[in-house]
Write a protein that binds this ligand. Structure first.
Ligand SMILES: NC(=O)c1ccc[n+]([C@@H]2O[C@H](COP(=O)([O-])OP(=O)(O)OC[C@H]3O[C@@H](n4cnc5c(N)ncnc54)[C@H](O)[C@@H]3O)[C@@H](O)[C@H]2O)c1
Ligand SMILES: O=C(O)C[C@H](O)C(=O)O
Length: 301
């Protein structure tokens, strides 16, 4: 059953609009668990011919559950979806994993669908990215559309590192670095970081349910930019398979700043990373490394 105001309901109604009129050929969009889009519990049928898959289906975190319990429940689900994806989806199917633990679910999907290019599997950290832009816009009293190039590094969890040091905001005096406009190092390193890191938790506490409208909107932003390209001079955050950029270990799905063009994402290179940022980025990479080890404990042969 689709609950009103649920993430599922939002995505089911918005996905048909995802591609606007840019593509003339029919596409199949799968939202796992979405009765309004693909009504089936048969994975083969669900994945058959899919061009774009938004995977929100999974076992949700219940009160008192440890991260390990959540991983234990989701590994078999993503192992099974990996084989359906590999066997039945359209060649070049693009996948967005939303269900938590999003980065590690994406890793399980990649590991068990070796025929699917790693570049075609991503996970959602755009919600965190949008939250970071929102916090900056509030702090500066500017419209959120006038803030760009924040970065969310790492895991979609409370170890993520929201980074405003490369962000800019459009003001009446032109586009300026956010660091200069905020002029409050303590806020940028402490309050800004912790508010964005804890936002998901705060939403669950307030509404006794995960974010839905903002999460669905972020999923649409992610897919739209991936497919249609990021605006010139603007990057966004996406959870992608690490290629070792910025010293992040390979073999994990990690959120990086990316630009997209012609359906391909690329990690933005050459940004300065200071010691503060480096230590935060490592913390999140270490957590993902631990999640990967836990996930392997629950893999069935
Ligand atoms: N990455 C993000 O930014 C972000 C944001 C919001 C929510 N989330 C995550 O997205 C997921 C969905 O959130 P929600 O609020 O809709 O949760 P929910 O509990 O309402 O929905 C989970 C859905 O998964 C389905 N499901 C269970 N087992 C399945 C299986 N084996 N195959 C396919 N579907 C299965 C359930 O039937 C249910 O419809 C949760 O994991 C949540 O934590 C992630
Ligand atoms: O579902 C959650 O645990 C929180 C969600 O990922 C969010 O960031 O809003």
């Amino acid at each position: 059953m689709m609950l009103p105001n649920s993430l599922l309901q939002r995505l089911a109604s918005w996905c048909p609009w995802l591609l606007r009129d840019e593509r003339k050929q029919p596409v199949k969009v799968l939202v796992t668990g979405a009765a309004g889009v693909v009504a089936t519990s048969d994975e083969a049928e669900a994945f058959r011919g899919v061009n774009f898959a938004v995977l929100i289906g999974g076992s949700p975190r219940r009160e008192g559950m440890q991260r390990k319990d959540l991983i234990a429940k989701n590994v078999p689900i993503y192992q099974s979806q990996a084989s359906a994806l590999q066997q039945h989806a359209a060649p070049n199917c693009k996948v967005l994993v939303v269900a938590n633990p999003a980065n590690t679910n994406a890793l399980v999907l990649k590991e068990f669908a070796p025929a699917v290019p790693a570049k075609n599997i991503t996970c959602l950290t755009r919600l965190d990215h949008n939250r970071a832009l929102g916090q900056i816009s509030e702090k500066l009293g500017v419209h959120v559309a006038d803030v760009r190039n924040a970065i969310v590094w790492g895991n979609h969890s409370s170890t993520q590192f929201p980074d405003a040091r490369h962000a800019t905001a459009r003001t009446q005096h032109g586009e300026k670095p956010v660091v200069e406009l905020v002029a409050d190092e303590k806020w940028l390193k402490e309050e800004f970081v912790s508010v964005v890191q804890q936002r998901g938790e705060a939403v669950i506490k307030a509404r006794k349910q995960s974010s839905s409208l903002s999460a669905a909107s972020a999923a649409c932003d992610h897919m739209r930019d991936w497919i249609l390209g990021t605006p010139k001079g603007t990057w966004v955050s996406m959870g992608v398979y690490s290629d070792g950029s910025y010293g992040v270990p390979e073999g994990i799905f990690y959120s990086f700043p990316v630009t997209c063009d012609k359906g391909e994402w690329s990690i933005v290179q050459g940004l300065e990373v200071d010691d503060f940022a480096r230590s935060k980025m490592e913390l999140s990479a270490n957590e993902l490394d631990e999640e990967r080890s836990m996930a392997y404990e629950f893999v069935s042969s």
